[in-house]
Ligand binder design. Structure first.
Ligand SMILES: Cc1cc2nc3c(=O)[nH]c(=O)nc-3n(C[C@H](O)[C@H](O)[C@H](O)COP(=O)(O)OP(=O)(O)OC[C@H]3O[C@@H](n4cnc5c(N)ncnc54)[C@H](O)[C@@H]3O)c2cc1C
Length: 382
């Protein structure tokens, strides 16, 4: 078995690990990543063609400064190599004004000066004729919203990281890590890697480590669905934006229809199917994957006669408060954690990569991440 030395090892090169790899490599750091599967694979949490990106953040207004930086970094990434990553198609957030998501969105606009339009149901119906919302509902149109081409983003981060000298060991799971002297040792089947820092970005596979550290995190199965069918034109890219709709406590989101698969949508918080082992995720379509989404389409997208064209099972790594974990490992300062992205992390990938790189190299970050540190759980317990 060979032994190789690096400054930093990244364990898991999905959405977040690929970004961390890039940010370290572009600083000239000697860095490698070990990845269980291939590049932009479909076994974790960063696949399924698209991810919504938005700046007004209903989940917590403190994410907005991070989003300003994420937007700048996505632009840089697009400029560094040709090929669009971010489709700037706008986002409609709509629902009962009393729904938690709608109140969160309004609070975010109070706290941050972000462009938006407030629309009542009649204005929404006039703008998007295929959308039939209850008369008492309202919406916010976010011109900064849109979607990211998720696999292309991962590929771009990896390609540019390699261009800057990073090494990627794909198809090579990390079997173990342990501290040794001032650094860490990572073992795979093929090699032993030594480094002064390890960044753990193992997605759903990082959840047991969060649990061990006292964070009651869990992995849940989520299904993304694509539909073709008569009436699809009314929901096509160019005529229709990304959407996030709060149907009472049930949230649905989706993307304008595009070739070849049509309209993609999913529910965000109705079903929370626990996943005991991410390697055994049920990737087949289950009987209860579609009914809530089809009911949603029948009520609010009446022009569409939906025919399923594709599905993809994916995983959320949920923390108890739905916020990320970005921190230095409390038991081992050589290890940095980026985990628990709770089903809304992808849009942050480049700024998360930058934060993880700073935590690894400098022991701290210039970004405001106090609300994402592990200590918040300890405070709650005490
Ligand atoms: C259905 C769905 C819809 C979503 N929608 C949105 C959205 O619209 N907007 C948004 O911003 N976010 C969204 N998210 C969330 C976002 O996609 C995730 O938060 C993000 O992709 C998580 O990235 P990650 O790097 O933590 O995980 P992953 O991308 O899964 O990366 C973890 C990597 O670690 C590797 N790994 C694990 N263990 C090991 C090991 N021992 N050795 C080596 N490698 C290992 C895995 O193979 C994997 O590649 C959604 C998520 C899902 C599932």
């Amino acid at each position: 078995m060979t032994t190789e030395r690096y400054d930093v090892i990244v364990a898991g090169a999905g959405g977040m690990g690929s970004a961390a790899l890039y940010h370290l490599a572009r600083r000239g750091v000697r860095v490698c990543a070990v990845e269980r599967f291939g590049i932009a694979h479909d076994r974790g949490s960063s696949h399924g063609d698209t991810r919504i990106i938005r700046k007004a953040y209903m989940e917590h207004p403190d994410y907005v400064p991070l989003l300003h930086r994420a937007y700048a970094l996505w632009e840089e990434l697009e400029a560094e190599e040709a090929g669009e990553l971010f489709a700037r198609v706008g986002l409609l957030v709509a629902g009962d004004p009393e729904a938690e998501a709608m109140r969160g969105q309004a609070a975010c606009y109070q706290a941050h000066d972000l462009p938006h339009e407030e629309l009542d149901a009649a204005a929404i119906a006039a703008r998007y004729q295929g959308l039939a919302l209850p008369a008492a509902w309202s919406g916010f149109y976010d011109p900064l919203g849109g979607f990211l081409r998720v696999e292309d983003c991962v590929r771009r981060h990896i390609a540019l990281a390699r261009k800057h000298g990073a090494k990627l060991y794909a198809g090579e799971p990390m079997l173990s890590w342990r501290r040794e002297d001032a650094g860490v040792v990572v073992e795979t089947e093929r090699r032993r890697l030594l480094a002064t820092r390890l960044i753990l970005t193992a997605g759903a596979w990082a959840v047991p480590e969060l649990c061990r550290l006292g964070v009651a995190a869990c992995v849940v199965r989520k299904v993304q669905l694509w539909y073709q069918g008569r009436g699809l034109d009314q929901y096509a890219q160019g005529a229709f934006p990304c959407f996030f709709i709060a149907d009472g406590e049930h949230y649905f989101y989706g993307f304008p229809a595009q070739a070849p698969w049509g309209l993609k949508l999913a529910e965000h918080n109705v079903s929370h199917d626990p996943v005991a082992d991410p390697l055994r995720l049920n990737r087949a379509l289950a009987d209860d994957d579609q009914p809530a989404v089809l009911d949603f389409l029948a009520r609010f997208f009446p022009a569409l006669q939906p025919e399923l064209s594709k599905h993809a099972a994916c995983m959320y790594s949920l923390t108890p408060d739905g916020h990320f974990v970005l921190d230095i490992h409390p038991e081992c300062p050589a290890v940095v954690l980026g985990a628990g992205f709770s089903g809304h992390g992808f849009k942050f990938a480049p700024v998360v990569g930058e934060i993880l790189a700073e935590l690894a190299l400098e022991g701290d970050t210039k970004h405001p991440i106090e609300f994402l540190r592990l200590s918040r759980f300890a405070q709650r317990r005490s």
